[in-house]
Ligand binder design. Structure first.
Ligand SMILES: NC(=O)c1ccc[n+]([C@@H]2O[C@H](COP(=O)([O-])OP(=O)(O)OC[C@H]3O[C@@H](n4cnc5c(N)ncnc54)[C@H](OP(=O)(O)O)[C@@H]3O)[C@@H](O)[C@H]2O)c1
Length: 256
């Protein structure tokens, strides 16, 4: 007897719903590529960084028929930066009872300051902790209600140096380590409505290595793949992590 049961008819894939995504540090090497990747797949991108000229240019470049991308200028070292970003967002995209001003957040901000050990100062630690850790955590805290309405996600760019430190960057690595722990704590606080994850990177670009091929070689060989990554490779994983509906509090390593 051959019992061949009929397969259920395949349903048509549902079109992907556009997300409203705030990119923090949107004008950086990786921020620009991430904002473009989001806009290319139909998401509504909202930008924030410091430099108004760079923001204006990027905003125009991201016009995919819906008009320029909204943006808010804010310096994350300033104490009122978080409220400035939230107010700017509310003005650009007024929330409704059903939907907030943003659905998801990508954290790609901050400088990569060289702080030679002999010259390390309290201000270096305070500044990097503020930009890379305190302000991003407070921003996610302030927008948690918006994210929850959309079953949203936070994706933050971490640095592999927090588990395998390199020289001359004590302040930066301390701040990146602190935000990693802070975000994992937020993942617990915000579950199950908001997911919070980290993409922990090896090196895509190292300003000092550009002028020093030996340093470039030494740094590249820290990664088993023997090279720096590309912005496109980072974007690929960031988009996947935003969509990863069964992941929170996770750290996905690439190029480490
Ligand atoms: N590139 C890499 O190889 C690498 C490796 C590991 C981890 N990461 C992480 O990936 C993220 C992005 O790196 P990236 O290479 O794209 O950095 P980047 O090119 O230096 O860009 C940094 C971004 O942060 C903004 N920013 C800097 N200081 C700020 C402040 N005080 N207030 C507000 N915004 C500020 C910049 O805005 P303005 O232009 O307006 O100043 C810019 O948009 C960072 O979190 C970094 O730690 C990068």
């Amino acid at each position: 007897m051959t019992g061949v049961s009929a397969r259920p008819a395949k349903s048509e894939p549902r079109p992907r719903q556009s997300r409203r995504v705030l990119v923090v540090g949107a004008t950086g090497r990786l921020g620009v590529a991430i904002a473009e990747g989001l806009a290319d797949r139909g998401d509504e991108v909202v930008l924030t960084a410091r430099d108004p000229n760079k923001l204006e240019q990027l905003s125009a470049a991201l016009d995919r028929g819906r008009g320029p991308a909204p943006y808010v200028c804010a310096d994350l070292t300033h104490r009122d930066a978080v409220s400035q970003i939230v107010e700017g967002l509310r003005a650009a995209i007024p929330p409704t009872a059903e939907r907030g001003s943003v659905d998801d957040i990508v954290l790609a901000c901050g400088p990569f300051p060289r702080t030679p050990f002999d010259e390390l100062r309290r201000e270096d630690l305070e500044r990097t902790l503020t930009v890379h850790c305190i302000a991003p955590l407070l921003l996610v805290h302030a927008l948690a209600g918006d994210l929850a309405k959309a079953k949203g996600a936070v994706c933050a760019l971490g640095d592999a140096g927090t588990t395998r430190p390199y020289e001359h960057h004590v302040a930066y690595l301390t701040a990146k380590g602190a935000v990693k722990t802070g975000l994992r704590a937020l993942a617990v606080e915000l579950a199950p409505d908001v997911r919070v994850n980290i993409v922990e990177l090896g090196i895509v670009a190292d300003p000092e290595a550009d002028a020093d091929p030996l340093r470039q070689h030494r740094l590249a060989t820290r990664s088993q793949l023997g090279r720096f990554g590309t912005a496109e490779e980072v974007v690929h994983v960031v988009l996947a992590q935003l969509d990863a509906s069964w992941a929170t509090g996770e750290i996905w390593g690439i190029g480490r």
